[in-house]
Design a binder for this molecule. Structure first.
Ligand code: CP
Ligand code: NVA
Length: 307
């Protein structure tokens, strides 16, 4: 595996292998700690936006495995501003063994990968959040075991997190539905590409407006913020449109009785997700966040060619 930029770039077998490894590394971590497989390896972490989970879980993943991580703030790097992305990539390639980047424009992480001679990981772009999807899949597999044919429903904005969830759904043969308001759909090109993948793996895809229709028979309900990082000037407009898409007790009660509720976090409580649901019996939001650590250890291990 050369880079980890998008779920769509990887085969179902490759993704399942990473998930299985993540699960194995998780068990090992709790039994006796992870071995020093990343000894001598440093991950450079470029952030153009804030982060709690991505920053800390990648840093700790490297440390647990005997390596190290370097946080590079927006002000220090000035990706594409202080210095061209191509130059940043070529300079950093001489210092670190892999890079993770959280960027505004997806094209920027692709540009880093184009010029880097070490693996590059997409730590969230405007288009996708593949590391989140891997942790989500690990969490879903832990809850349900065999997941082919599982009904996964995203309620809300057709954003980066929704795109990566759909991409992993079609790769792994889950059924995926999304209910989003008009004007907040996923990009058409991405939908069409995923329809083709779904046809091969047997996933059923549905793009709906009505969240109540979407959650019928849902075994997973997933939501995310109504306003992603970089869209702050649209906050008021979005706050007016999205309330019917709130994941609350009434909506959860319309799903399968054993439904799990997921959110990539940070959550805007009592906006897209009510407190009673976030802290209720169906919620897996904290184990899901913790699984970032284990899934990312596996992604890193495959990129480093160890384990
Ligand atoms: N879910 C997620 O990526 O969280 P952070 O923005 O805190 O990294
Ligand atoms: N959709 C959110 C995810 C944050 C992890 C954003 O891009 O801000």
């Amino acid at each position: 595996m050369e880079h980890f930029l998008d779920i769509a770039d990887h085969s179902p077998e490759e993704l399942q292998d990473i998930l299985d490894l993540g699960s194995r590394l998780k068990k090992e971590y709790f039994a006796k700690g992870n071995p020093g497989l990343f000894k001598g390896k440093v991950l450079g972490m470029i952030f153009q936006k804030p982060s709690l989970r991505t920053r800390v879980s990648f840093d700790m993943a490297m440390r647990h495995m005997g390596g190290d991580a370097l946080y590079l703030s927006p002000n220090e790097i000035g990706l594409g501003k202080r210095e061209s992305i191509a130059d940043v990539a070529r300079v950093l390639s001489g210092y670190v063994q892999a890079m993770m980047a959280r960027v505004f424009e997806h094209a920027h992480v692709l540009e880093l990968a184009k010029w880097s001679s070490v693996p590059v990981i997409n730590g969230l772009s405007d288009l996708s959040h593949p590391c989140q999807a891997m942790a989500d899949a690990l969490t879903i597999e832990e809850k349900f075991g065999i997941t082919k044919g599982l009904n996964v429903v995203f309620v809300g904005d057709g954003n980066n997190v929704a795109v990566s969830l759909m991409q992993i759904a079609v790769k792994l043969g889950w059924n995926f539905s999304i209910a989003s308001p008009e004007g907040y759909d996923m990009p058409t090109g991405i939908i069409e590409k995923n329809r083709k993948v779904a046809a091969g793996t047997g996933s059923k895809l549905a793009f709906l407006r009505d969240p109540h229709q979407a959650v019928k028979n849902a075994q997973v309900i997933y939501t995310d913020t109504w306003t992603s990082m970089g869209q702050e000037e649209e906050t008021a407009k979005r706050e007016a449109v999205f309330p019917p898409y709130q994941v609350n007790t009434k909506l959860v009660d319309e799903a399968d009785k054993d439904v799990i509720v997921m959110h990539c976090l940070p959550a805007h409580r009592n906006h897209e997700l009510t407190d009673d649901v976030a802290d209720g019996l169906h919620s897996v939001i904290f184990p899901q966040a913790h699984n970032r650590l284990h899934a990312q250890k596996a992604i890193l291990a495959r990129l480093f060619g160890v384990a």
